[in-house]
Design a binder for this molecule. Structure first.
Ligand SMILES: [Zn+2]
Length: 565
């Protein structure tokens, strides 16, 4: 049995059509539930009432932690490749519902066997999403026969090319903001992945450039590695054993290949191309390469959970003595970065999970180093028992956005395992070979998710330094288009991200349009401006300034950018 559990602000679904002949007979109607824990559930071959009981008991325990009793059981076949026959699945589902009621929970249930249109808004807190899997170890699970895939006709294929529709999400949702500001779209042929339009890609690159400035100051080297690697790489790293279910796998000739879910192993390969002396450490590799993680199927949460993501990722290979100092520098960087966005944060230290590699002594050493670093900064911290990676303990940092929601963004890990597995080495002052340690860190987490959070944090009104378009030139009438174009040219060559609205239309409509897109500055030019070689500046908040020279305007925008306003 596979369960994907989500604590949601709301879920809304509409049964569209019967997917199987055993579908329940119901009157299809739209159902909305607010503030509820949803259990997307798939029953698999070999499941029985005992497993259902176990799942209900664990769910109840979890709901108690969250302080709620409301649960929605939602049959969701997409979670498994080896589904139980529908007749068994329905019986298990009804049994589970009954059991949950008997356990004192307030239970809702979605109909079985229907294709449903689904909208969901997952809460931001760290426990909001969780997946669980139940099986009898010894039960024989038959692999299902792969479905023969029929080739689509040209018309059928064309019909699949559709933009995802978000229906009536609230105005504050980043998917609505993204659509309105022409930042990105989601397409049905790439489920759970984002298409960044020009302005969205610009926003991503502004974030990347911001981190790059920190990388230069911090002595990092930026690198890039292939998306695809033979699974031998993931066997050495342990991902093949611990993460295989979430990897995208494919074949190249007779070899099995995997899309990279993490950058670390690839960075180690670069390190291993030459010998290193202790004098050259630490080596700091940074990258913004895309990563591929098949973590969820079919559930839309926009940029908050995408299958193809990029991190502001880095790996520092250092001697163990250097680890503490390097961790300190990373946390300094994190403080600077979060400070610019006005984000407050909380620190947690995640300790050794049950399913992990290495000795107790190593975990103790690594964990106590993390605690020492955090304590030395006078920070309060919480211990998250057994929530570390399979290879290292970590410092996790949760930020709080302007809506009071918490998000886990930054993570800082001290890893004593991967260096041994990859046989990383350096020559010490004693002339002998030693094993370094690896620090893994990311500050934004996923750039895509961070963009989504920031769009909601700023309610779509991005500060000037982050705005993909900082200024739009609007001529008062057609005869002022040439002057408007000259102004635009000066803005662009002055480094302002600017565009012009030179199409026909009234100035009022053009201003409303720019305001709707939350463009910080509108530069209106008419006869007066043309004669005096100036611009009239109108902010998105409605303030106006007349008689500015283009140079004055450019330098005020530059000031906004350098001061991150
Ligand atoms: Zn890593």
């Amino acid at each position: 049995m596979k369960i994907l559990q989500m604590h949601v602000d709301f879920i809304e679904y509409t049964p569209v059509k019967k997917e199987i002949s055993r579908a329940e007979d119901i009157e299809p109607r739209t159902v909305r539930e607010d503030d509820i824990v949803v259990l997307f559930t798939a029953f698999e071959l070999g499941d029985d009432a005992e497993l259902a009981t176990k799942a209900v008991a664990e769910t109840k325990e979890f709901l108690t932690k969250l302080g709620t009793k409301r649960v929605l059981i939602y049959p969701f076949a997409h979670l498994s490749q080896s589904l139980a026959p529908p007749v068994d699945a329905l019986a298990l589902l009804l049994g589970m519902e009954k059991e949950a009621r008997a356990a004192g929970l307030e239970v809702q249930r979605a109909p079985f066997g229907w294709t449903k249109a689904l909208q969901i808004k997952v809460k931001g807190h760290p426990l909001a999403e969780m997946s669980r899997s139940y099986s009898h170890g010894e039960a024989v699970v038959q692999a299902p026969k792969p479905k023969a895939r029929r080739e689509l006709s040209a018309e059928e294929a064309m019909a699949r090319l559709k933009k995802s529709d978000f229906g009536n999400l609230p105005e504050t949702d980043h998917r609505i903001i993204g659509e309105r500001q022409d930042l990105f779209s989601f397409q049905e042929v790439s489920p759970g992945m984002v298409y960044l339009h020009e302005k969205g890609f610009r926003l991503r690159n502004i974030l990347v450039e911001f981190i790059r400035e920190e990388l230069v100051k911090g002595g990092y080297q930026e690198v890039s590695t292939p998306s695809l690697a033979n699974t031998a790489l993931w066997r050495v790293s342990g991902h093949a054993a611990h993460y295989r279910d979430n990897m995208f796998l494919t074949e190249l000739g007779s070899e099995e290949m995997g899309m990279k879910p993490m950058n670390c192993p690839s960075h180690f390969l670069i390190y291993k191309t030459r010998k290193w002396s202790f004098r050259e450490l630490p080596v700091r590799y940074a990258t913004f390469d895309p990563l591929y993680r098949n973590e969820l199927s079919g559930v839309a949460s926009g940029l908050f959970r995408v299958k193809v993501l990029s991190q502001d990722d880095a790996h520092i290979i250092a001697t163990e003595e250097q680890a503490e100092g390097e961790l300190g520098k990373m946390l300094d960087m994190m403080e600077r970065v979060y400070g610019v966005f006005g984000l407050s944060y909380k620190v947690k230290i995640s300790t050794r999970p049950d399913d992990s590699m290495g000795s107790d002594e190593e975990w103790e050493r690594a964990t106590s180093t993390l605690i020492r670093v955090v304590k030395s900064r006078g920070w309060k911290y919480e211990i998250k028992d057994k929530e570390g990676n399979f290879y290292s303990p970590k410092i996790d940092v949760d930020i709080k956005d302007s809506l009071g929601r918490e998000w886990q963004l930054g993570t800082f890990q001290l890893d004593l395992q991967m260096p041994k597995r990859f046989k990383l080495a350096y020559t010490g002052s004693d002339g002998k070979e030693h094993t370094p340690v690896v620090l893994h860190r990311t500050i934004f987490g996923s750039l895509e998710r961070f963009m989504g959070i920031m769009l909601e944090h700023y309610r779509g009104v991005l500060p000037v330094w982050l705005s993909p378009v900082q200024a739009r030139v609007i001529p008062l009438s057609d005869e002022h288009v040439p002057y408007g174009q000259a102004v635009l040219g000066s803005l662009v060559s002055g480094g302002v991200r600017a565009e012009g609205d030179f199409a026909s239309g009234t100035m009022g409509a053009k201003i409303r349009n720019a305001q709707l897109q939350r463009i910080p500055y509108m530069l209106v030019v008419g006869k007066k401006e043309e004669d005096s070689k100036t611009v009239a500046v109108r902010t998105r908040g409605g303030e106006q300034k007349f008689g500015l020279t283009v140079e004055e305007f450019v330098s005020s925008v530059r000031k906004d950018v350098t001061e991150h306003r």
